[in-house]
Design a protein around this ligand. Structure first.
Ligand code: G6P
Length: 608
């Protein structure tokens, strides 16, 4: 949510900043801007709309600055206009600042600053930071930023430059990620490593309450209280190729097609064939605790919450441990009961979702061990959780999550296998599960090979305005996720429901104009799902079924069938979700939607 990049070095800053913004456009894309230190003073340019608009504005101009900051925005306070885009400036136009996050006490600070003669130009909460820094500035930018930040309630990742302190960028974080990148005679700051990966893979992840002063020849890290910190340089493993489209029309399509590989990566080195179990090093130190577990809570947001629900079904069935799944935004404010024997998992692709972070901290405060299931290495949740498992899906750029979802489910299947084997699960069942997990990637590939078939179905239905998605058991959360994918990127209204529950309300919506997508696999609830399909057909609703290969009966019940290979029931979501991802993708493309950057959404939601 919003992206920050800052550069100081020997090269021209503007092209580096622009390229970095483009890499981060998936994080926020309603307006953007840049500030450069030109000989004539601070120059800044801002533009509502996509980054290409800023690029056009800058195209014919020549800059000499070798230091600058830039931002791509996802509006919270104030509409996405040219004026409200970042950077923001102080009264004299000497201090430029970009900000991710929310300043909660901005209204009272604004009044105070106005009474001291500061003039405000925008509706944003961010602008008060520029004036606060101005208020405290006496030639020492670092000190002024420190004093300003001590007045602020809320969250921030910021980068600041001042005309009177040339050659340095001051950055600070509280609740909104920032990394410092170390280059050769140049240094960077960014909210997202993908923005700077082209130039360096040596980074320092700032912790909450830390700040950095970045110059061409180096950087220093301190706390906001001015205590020196020794920076830990980490090497980013992601490659440049991984954050590019590689011939696909969209990142989302590329990421859907990566799933045979990403699922395999999530299991790599983790299958213990001899012990018929999973080996998860990140949770090994907690094995004693896992043995004495009485209850598990899984908390997450969005697609990760759907994965959590599948995890609940898996862990309860395989390991017989009670599991509760809760939206992180609810969990954090609801005085959840955490007794001895309760273990909490938090699931987050980005590892930065504010509500999920807060839920993690609330659980830790109440004494729980919290294990993270994250994709982004070095992210806040990955660092602050007590242990956990990386899903190793590689960078996910498409705003609608796809490969992270299947990797999360894969990891949850490994956790359920491990917990199951520590309890009643037999060696045979463990072995069967391992063998089936190994076969999943090539089964996913077989579904991907049906892309054209799925596109043809999308072609028939993309003009409809409402969809229902139904599933039961393990595939109820898949129905929720299928519906979420469709609404996120095509803006078609779609509701996911447990198939049987449909008759308690959504059935009222069904007529010949409302298609229903039903996951009707030959599993333990197959017969029940067929009955639900008949209830829809009796009301003339068109039905698209995701069915098991070799099921000939299903064709008598529904209008369109997409088949997926057979697998053991707990693993079926890994297959049944693939056609739903492709269906949503093609419908969105056919409707002319911006698949990778859908309106109003952001990849990583770092505000409440
Ligand atoms: C945003 C994204 C979703 C994602 C959710 C949770 O809403 O658009 O795709 O599922 O955040 O994100 P996380 O990074 O915590 O999994």
């Amino acid at each position: 949510m919003c992206g920050i990049i800052g550069y100081v070095g020997e090269r021209l800053a503007a092209p580096i900043l622009l390229a970095g913004l483009k890499r981060m456009e998936y994080r926020g894309y309603d307006s953007s801007g840049m500030a450069l230190m030109e000989p004539a003073g601070l120059l800044f340019e801002k533009s509502a709309g996509k980054i290409s608009r800023l690029e056009n504005v800058l195209a014919d101009r020549e800059f000499v600055s070798k230091i600058g900051i830039a931002h791509t925005r996802w509006a919270t306070h104030g509409e996405p206009t040219d004026l409200n885009a970042h950077p923001h400036l102080d009264c004299k136009g000497k201090i430029a600042l970009v900000h991710n996050g929310i300043i909660e006490n901005y209204a009272s600070l604004r009044e105070l600053l106005k009474s001291r003669g500061h003039m405000f130009r925008t509706d944003t909460d961010t602008e008060i930071l520029c004036h606060l820094v101005e208020e405290y500035y006496d030639g020492d930018l670092v000190k002024a930023v420190q004093l300003a930040l001590r007045q602020v309630d809320g969250t921030y990742g910021i980068a600041v430059m001042s005309k009177d302190s040339p050659g340095e960028i001051v950055a600070a974080r509280l609740g909104s990620p920032l990394v410092v990148g170390r280059g050769n005679k140049e240094n960077f700051v960014a909210s997202d490593v993908s923005a700077i990966l082209q130039h360096t893979n040596q980074v320092v992840y700032l912790e909450d309450g830390e700040m950095a002063v970045i110059r061409q020849d180096g950087f220093e890290v301190t706390t906001i209280e001015n205590v020196k910190v020794t920076p830990q340089i980490k090497e980013v493993e992601w490659t440049l190729e991984q954050i590019e489209k590689g011939g696909f029309a969209h990142f989302m399509l590329k990421e859907i097609f990566e799933q045979p590989t990403t699922i395999k990566n999530a299991t790599r080195g983790r299958l213990d064939v001899k012990g018929a179990t999973a080996r998860l090093n990140g949770i090994k130190p907690h094995l004693d605790e896992l043995g004495a577990l009485k209850r598990i809570i899984i908390t997450a947001c969005g697609t990760s919450w759907h994965a959590a629900m599948i995890g609940e079904y898996m862990i309860e069935a395989q390991a017989r441990i009670p599991v509760e799944v809760e939206y992180a935004s609810e969990f954090r404010y609801r005085a959840p009961i955490i007794e001895p024997g309760t273990l909490v998992f938090v699931i987050s692709q980005s590892g930065e979702t504010t509500d999920t972070q807060a839920a993690m901290r609330e659980a830790q405060r109440k004494g729980a061990t919290v294990l993270g299931i994250c994709n982004v290495v070095g992210s806040t949740i990955a660092r602050e959780s007590d242990g956990g498992v990386y899903i190793h899906a590689g960078p996910e750029i498409g705003v609608a999550s796809t490969k992270a979802f299947t990797s999360q489910i894969t990891v949850l299947s490994l956790i359920s296998l491990m917990l199951g084997r520590m309890r009643d699960m037999s060696f045979e069942r463990g072995t069967e599960m391992i063998n089936e997990i190994i076969r999943i990637p090539q089964k996913v590939q077989r579904i991907l090979d049906k892309n054209e078939e799925i596109k043809a179905i999308a072609n028939r239905f993309h003009q409809r305005n409402n969809f229902l998605y139904l599933g039961r058991g393990y595939n109820f959360p898949v129905a929720l996720e299928g519906a979420l994918k469709l609404k996120e990127i095509s803006y078609i209204h779609a509701e996911g429901y447990p198939a049987a529950e449909m008759k308690h309300g959504p059935i009222a919506l069904i007529d010949e104009t409302v298609p229903t997508v039903v996951i009707a696999l030959q599993d333990s609830v197959y017969g029940k799902v067929l009955s639900n399909i008949q209830e829809i057909k009796a009301r003339k609703g068109p039905v698209i079924a995701v069915a098991t290969e070799g099921d000939t009966k299903i064709y008598d019940y529904v209008d369109h069938v997409i088949t997926v290979p057979e697998t053991m029931e707990p693993l079926t979501p890994l297959l049944s979700i693939i056609p739903l991802q492709l269906l949503a993708y093609h419908m969105a493309v056919l409707r002319g939607c911006d698949v990778d950057q859908p309106r109003n959404l952001a990849k990583s939601v770092t505000v409440e």
